[in-house]
Design a protein around this ligand. Structure first.
Ligand SMILES: [Mn+2]
Length: 407
């Protein structure tokens, strides 16, 4: 029997305001390590966004490398791909070193299909193969997309991805064993963390699940932070984050990883979500100064030690002078991430509902699109058909000019 754990989106190095999330990640990784040790897991799949930023502090690297070193003791091999938050160059530099501790890294989508595969053999259980499709930046291969006749860039992106996956699925037939796919990608039907709304708010740069070739045994996905089996698919799974990365995930406390087993080339035990407990939960506190005083606010905030707090204070115009005192009293309490205040009449206008988890993985074009439609109130079709292609051309020209200067 081959035992597999699927996880993703660790975001090592993440902080919210002045609060580092290092201890939250460590707490969750310890639980995975314990699970791996007890179950004697054979393979760990890490589907991107291992680190939160391209520049990584030594403390955060220490957590990640120690984790991989620890699980190697139990005979576990790791397959890891990069996400949009990871530096491809960094992982390229670490690839050979990491192989020494049984971590197989795929740092970018390779032009050569066969180098996207890795095969292992386990005594008695036979062979197993993994196909890795790391994050593909939609804004880079404009030249490549030109070959596709589809009308918009987002369609060209989807067509390119589908074509690559079809070639890979054909190549996978060369292996006489089950093949598992790993990817850091947005599948159109996936649900975004926190809310149940579909990801269709940004249909571009998504791939509909029906266009992904069906012959892989399991699809281990990263990118979307809410754990789920993508609806209407058999085995297309997002493992989600291991702790609430930001307030977009405040309502989603169900964090963890998937575990499944393979026997005689088939799934033996269907994927089961293994929940981890959270070190600290994210919590929004609303205070209305017309019916609560400073002391009760301070008391309520200091009595909840296991939360990271986002605070909204609402006041009547004549209470405005109270704000500096309240802020100075709560600012030094433990776990304060942000303090926001506004007049009570504006309460409903404060934009709390922006899904920051979504923003955190947006590229510059998607961010500008959100700004264009939601802040400037512009027309989305006009943006996608007229503005977006021009921005992409500009980026492409800029990158070309950089290459010449840098040569
Ligand atoms: Mn992520």
């Amino acid at each position: 029997m081959i035992k597999i754990v699927h996880t993703s989106d660790w975001h090592a190095g993440k902080s919210n305001g002045r609060e580092s999330r290092r201890e939250d990640l460590q707490y969750s990784l310890n639980q995975i390590e314990q699970f791996i040790k007890e179950e004697r897991v054979d393979f760990l799949l890490v589907c991107g966004d291992i680190f939160d930023k391209p520049s990584i502090s030594p403390q955060d690297m220490l957590i990640i490398w120690n984790f991989f070193i620890n699980i190697k003791q139990y005979g576990t091999k790791s397959i890891a791909i990069t996400g949009n938050h990871d530096s491809k160059e960094f992982f390229n530099s670490m690839k050979s070193l990491l192989k020494l501790i049984d971590v197989y890294v795929f740092d970018r989508v390779s032009p050569e299909i066969k180098s996207s595969f890795v095969e292992f053999e386990k005594e008695q259980d036979g062979k197993i193969c993994f196909f890795a499709f790391p994050y593909l930046n939609p804004n880079i291969p404009v030249d490549v997309y030109e070959k596709f006749s589809s009308s918009s860039y987002s369609e060209k992106y989807t067509d390119f991805v589908v074509r690559y996956l079809e070639l890979a699925s054909g190549y996978a037939l060369n292996f006489s064993c089950p093949v598992i796919m790993l990817s850091h990608i947005a599948i159109s039907e996936a649900k975004i963390s926190g809310t149940e709304k579909e990801i269709s708010v940004r249909q571009d740069f998504c791939v509909p699940h029906a266009r992904v070739p069906q012959n892989f045994l399991y699809y281990a996905l990263g990118h979307i932070h809410k754990n789920q089996r993508v609806s209407n698919t058999k085995r297309m799974y997002y493992s989600g984050t291991l702790y609430q990365i930001d307030f977009g995930e405040e309502k989603d406390e169900n964090k963890g990883f998937y575990f499944f087993t393979i026997k005689d080339g088939k799934i033996d035990k269907e994927p089961e979500f293994q929940r981890v407990s959270l070190k600290r939960k994210l919590k929004t506190y609303d205070f209305d100064l017309t019916n609560s005083n400073v002391n009760s606010i301070v008391q309520q905030l200091s009595s909840s030690k296991d939360t990271l707090k986002r605070i909204f204070l609402y006041y009547k115009p004549e209470q405005k002078h109270l704000i500096p005192e309240i802020v100075s009293k709560i600012n030094n309490l433990e776990g304060i991430i942000s303090i926001n205040f506004d007049e009570i009449d504006n309460k409903n206008e404060m934009q709390k509902d922006i899904d920051y988890s979504e923003l955190s993985y947006m590229d510059i074009i998607s961010l500008y699109e959100k700004f264009y439609s939601e802040v400037k109130g512009g027309d989305l079709d006009f943006f996608r058909n007229k503005i977006q292609p021009r921005i992409m051309k500009l980026i492409e020209e800029f990158e070309k000019s950089q290459m010449v200067e840098g040569a």
